[in-house]
Design a protein around this ligand. Sequence first.
Ligand SMILES: NC(=O)c1ccc[n+]([C@@H]2O[C@H](COP(=O)([O-])OP(=O)(O)OC[C@H]3O[C@@H](n4cnc5c(N)ncnc54)[C@H](OP(=O)(O)O)[C@@H]3O)[C@@H](O)[C@H]2O)c1
Length: 256
Amino acid sequence: MHHLGLITGASSGIGRALAHEHARRGRDLLIVARREEELSELAEKLRSKYAVEVRVVARDLTEPTSRRDLFDLVEQEGLTVDYLFNNAGYGGAGQFYEQDWDMLSGMMELNMRAVTELMHLFLPGMVARGRGRVLNTSSTAGFMPGPVQAVYFATKAFVNSVSKAVASELQGTGVTVTALCPGAVKTEFADTAGLGDSKLFERAATPQTTAAQGYTAMESGRLEVITEVGLAVAIKGLMPFIPERLAMAGVKKIQS
Ligand SMILES: NC(=O)c1ccc[n+]([C@@H]2O[C@H](COP(=O)([O-])OP(=O)(O)OC[C@H]3O[C@@H](n4cnc5c(N)ncnc54)[C@H](OP(=O)(O)O)[C@@H]3O)[C@@H](O)[C@H]2O)c1
């Protein structure tokens, strides 16, 4: 398989759109998520539309051994992952102290540990070959504390931080790490997070434009990309001057 891209969370939303971005450049894919049927349908579509090779691996990435298993499978098959898309993730709205612990614990496992472990497993090979691209799907949620989704926002703050620090360490190796930071995007995310009725998603972006922006940023080795100009201005230009309690009250209102 050539220019192989491993995409987690490819069965829907931004991950599925990233798979199209990768395949339309004639690059092969290994796509991962829990729902095998959705992955197989996508694989069929990509093979016939772009004439690329696509391998499907159904895995629950909250299983602590799943990431190592995935890496071992890649090694056993003699595959070379040149592009790693750490995209699988979910949110969950509610009062922190009332939320289901298993849901929060799984979220931290998937949004942080899986992202970190997959980078840790695949980066040594990329560095040894002197080439590689990593795109971690983070969120604008990673730039502030997020009442009503306290843990989700914190997981994305982690992704932003670890992505940028590792990217800095990798300077000069030929390997880059980019954090993709979208605002609201029309995917299954809102319903999974219990935010289906939130105003946040009324004018949400499409997964296609989000993935295209992420892919371009990854190819040029950018540290991060905030996919909406208005949000970028608010986060980088205004937020540092707004009292934190006021900013959090705004986040709480939007998400409620
Ligand atoms: N939509 C937004 O507004 C938004 C904004 C900013 C950032 N993001 C981030 O974008 C990423 C993609 O989300 P999306 O918006 O595309 O939502 P989505 O449509 O719900 O996609 C989530 C993907 O993650 C996979 N996934 C969930 N749990 C998994 C598990 N335990 N093991 C393996 N795969 C799992 C899902 O596949 P299966 O169910 O088949 O496992 C699905 O493919 C996430 O990291 C999310 O935090 C989303």
